[in-house]
Design a protein around this ligand. Structure first.
Ligand SMILES: [Zn+2]
Length: 321
């Protein structure tokens, strides 16, 4: 475990906030979350060992046979991917796009179908291989910081729920600025630590996802990172149907005391599903009994939060200054 100073301002004046559990499957226990007293940035501290984190990005995270969820849920996720492309095309029509942390490359393949020149970077060997070999995409396997693309190369760079996974956001943003064209678009989507569901559920918040998430951004601290890195925010979205309602629902169950992220694990698991169901029969009955009511409530609360500009996630469209 490695203690760090504030990744935004470098200060060592920190306040301990709480300890949050890692996914029980990963057997890594609890991780402390600290807040910088100078700039208010919130982050995991100390951080997990690199070796442990590598294990967390194994095939378990991305699913077997390159299917992370149930087929019906994959279909829903596919429609979300299409939505992402449409949103970006409102700002940029075609060009050269880089998706950092592109996973299996399904979204990039969608961009390619629409005439974009597509590039990706991906840490997971298995996912990068799928993107390269099965989808024939141009993907760099490894850390974006080592990818070494030419300067002023991309019309658009996207980070969909990736920036919070990066150890050094400032260095990554500086590299993005270098490879982005002068009028290039940067899209960052990530969980909002300052949003209603995070404030309500505290250490039970589904999207804390320690220790994978190094950073817990709020709109204010993300803006500070972008200011420091030479980016200007043009538009902020405060609602994501993909992330917010389920995030609220899973956080409610975590808060009530159901085993951490149980519902998400059931959706995600494949070979383990029956074993998990058998192990948690009573809790599953409770979930089934309360699901219609709490799912409806989560949707309403998520919409309310987004209207109050405190949604469960943030989506920022930025330009180089
Ligand atoms: Zn700080």
């Amino acid at each position: 475990m490695q203690k760090v100073n504030c990744p935004l301002c470098g200060s060592s004046e920190l306040r301990f906030l709480f300890k949050a559990p890692a996914d029980p499957v990963e057997k890594l226990g609890y991780f402390s979350v600290s807040k910088c007293l100078v700039c208010e940035f919130v982050f995991t501290n100390p951080q997990a060992e690199e070796e442990d984190l590598k294990k967390l990005y194994s095939s378990e995270y991305y699913g077997e046979e390159h299917q992370r969820f149930w087929p019906v849920i994959e279909k829903v996720i596919n429609s979300f991917r299409k939505g992402r492309i449409e949103k970006i095309e409102k700002f940029k029509k075609r060009g050269r796009i880089l998706d950092i942390g592109c996973g299996r490359g399904k979204m990039l393949a969608g961009f390619r179908d629409k005439g974009w020149e597509t590039y990706g970077t991906e840490l997971s060997e298995e996912s990068a291989r799928y993107a390269k070999e099965r989808l024939r995409l141009n993907v760099y396997q490894g850390d974006f910081l080592n990818s070494n693309f030419p300067a002023d190369f991309f019309d658009c760079v996207t980070l969909f729920h990736v920036l919070e996974h990066l150890k050094d956001p400032l260095r990554n943003l500086a590299e993005i600025k270098r490879v982005l064209k002068k009028d290039g678009l940067l899209l960052i989507a990530l969980p909002n630590f300052g949003g209603g569901q995070s404030v309500f559920s505290g250490k039970a918040w589904f999207h804390l996802d320690v220790p994978r998430h190094y950073s817990q951004f709020t709109q204010k601290t993300l803006k500070s990172f972008l200011d420091k890195s030479g980016f200007q925010i043009k538009k902020v979205n405060h609602f994501s149907l993909e992330y917010d309602p389920f995030g609220f629902l899973q956080s409610l169950y975590n808060f009530i005391g159901i085993e951490h992220n149980l519902l998400y694990r059931i959706f995600r698991a494949k070979k383990d599903r029956l074993r998990i169901l058998n192990q948690h029969r009573l809790q599953m009955l409770f979930i089934l009994w309360t699901l219609p009511m709490l799912a409806g409530l989560s949707l309403i609360l998520s919409l309310y939060d987004s209207m109050a500009k405190g949604g469960g996630s943030l989506e920022l469209y930025c330009w180089k200054r």
